[in-house]
Design a binder for this molecule. Structure first.
Ligand code: ATP
Ligand code: MG
Length: 356
């Protein structure tokens, strides 16, 4: 089997970490017997410099046709001017929209050997292994009307929270599927005591739940969910929520792991195989030094193997290799060690085996 992956290294440490992820993908593919063809293209600031746009049409078309897209990061101080006509993040927004992805998945695992890197007390972190599924296309960020208001010499502003049944149903259904493949527990997070969209959300969750009798579902108010993420995070399996709540809760959950450099993400939905990227940004402060933690990108490659290429065994092998490397003390600077990006990548490659 041959798969095509578009690689968009982007800016800052993006090229360094996507290079690491490609090496691990290659090693996993070789052991699995699949073939991967890569096409590297520009996105973000580097695309603005070379093409005058943050993502050109031809690249987007290739992404839509590929089996998956692997992204590094976009942005940096060079393109930070908020008044500039083209900005790096526009490339990412155009890409998400063009791919039609509607669910952002962020798995958070706390590795036993890394509990000291987390701000939480160790006993609260034992067994944390959760997955946040955030709705990506609707809600307050996109609802109309949106804009400035003027009345009787006063200035106001409005953002609208709008959700349609099909938008809720598709992301909730995906979350149920994911929960069914894990520990069978789904927490649907809303604010149904005050928001009408949340009451519609609950109604749809109830309907979809009938299709998944094996999944135990609970409704949690977002304020309670925020609290429980720090008091008893290990009790969560899959969390599903709307766009803005998800934006906030995914960052909160990420802190549990100890470093941003460790965490992967996948954006699924639409027709293609999805978009895979580490959750960290372009980290301009350490770019070009060869010291970035490549594990977020490598674990994103594992998600790509799982969800886009359907190579579960290879995905697990990559995740196990990462876990072993951490267990055996391999640490980049962000984790208090001194390994370079390359040395950390080699540590994972050395431990990658599909045999066990
Ligand atoms: P963006 O606006 O692109 O989301 P950001 O300001 O949120 O960026 P990052 O660029 O991710 O944040 O960087 C935040 C901090 O975390 C920086 O000090 C950076 O060096 C560090 N950091 C981020 N990713 C990594 C990584 N993979 N390895 C080591 N340190 C990292
Ligand atoms: Mg950020």
């Amino acid at each position: 089997m041959t798969f095509t992956i578009i690689v968009l290294p982007g800016d800052g440490i993006g090229p360094e970490v996507t290079h690491a992820a490609r090496q691990v993908l290659d090693a996993a593919a070789a052991q699995t017997g699949i073939e991967i063809t890569y096409k590297e293209r520009l996105i973000g600031g580097c695309a603005i410099d070379r093409l005058g746009t943050a993502l050109d049409e031809a690249t987007l078309a290739e992404c839509q046709q590929a089996d998956a897209v692997l992204l590094g990061a976009v942005g940096g101080p060079k393109w930070d001017d908020p008044t500039a006509p083209v900005r790096p993040e526009q490339g990412l927004l155009a890409l998400r929209k063009g791919l039609g992805v509607f669910a952002n998945l962020r798995p958070v695992r706390v590795y036993p050997v890394l509990v000291d890197a987390s701000p939480l007390r160790p006993e609260r972190l034992q067994g944390v292994d959760l997955l946040v599924v955030r709705e990506l296309t609707g809600g307050l960020y996109f609802g109309e009307p949106k804009g400035r208001l003027r009345q009787d010499g006063r200035e106001g502003a409005v953002d609208s929270l709008v959700y349609w049944d099909y938008e809720i149903e598709r992301v909730v259904d995906l979350a149920f599927q994911l929960a069914a493949g894990r520990r069978g527990r789904l927490a649907s997070v809303d604010k149904a005591n005050v928001l009408e969209t949340s009451r519609l959300w609950r109604q749809i969750v109830q309907q979809v739940s009938r299709r998944y009798p094996q999944v135990q579902v609970e409704h949690v108010l977002v304020d309670t969910a925020a609290m429980r993420l720090v008091t008893s995070p290990a009790a969560f399996d899959v969390i599903v929520t709307e766009n803005m709540f998800g934006d906030i809760l995914t960052d909160e959950a990420a802190v549990l792991a100890g470093s941003m450099g460790l965490l992967p993400s996948a954006s699924l939905g639409g027709r293609g195989g999805g978009l895979y990227e580490p959750i960290h940004g372009s980290a301009p402060d350490i770019a070009g030094q060869g010291i970035a933690n490549p594990l977020g990108a490598i674990l994103s490659a594992a998600l790509l193997l799982r969800y886009a290429l359907k190579q579960e065994k290879a995905a697990r092998a990559v995740e196990q290799a990462v876990e072993r490397a951490l267990q055996e003390g391999c640490r980049t600077r962000d984790l208090g060690g001194s390994l370079s990006t390359r040395a950390m990548t080699d540590a994972v490659l050395d431990r990658l085996s599909l045999e066990d």
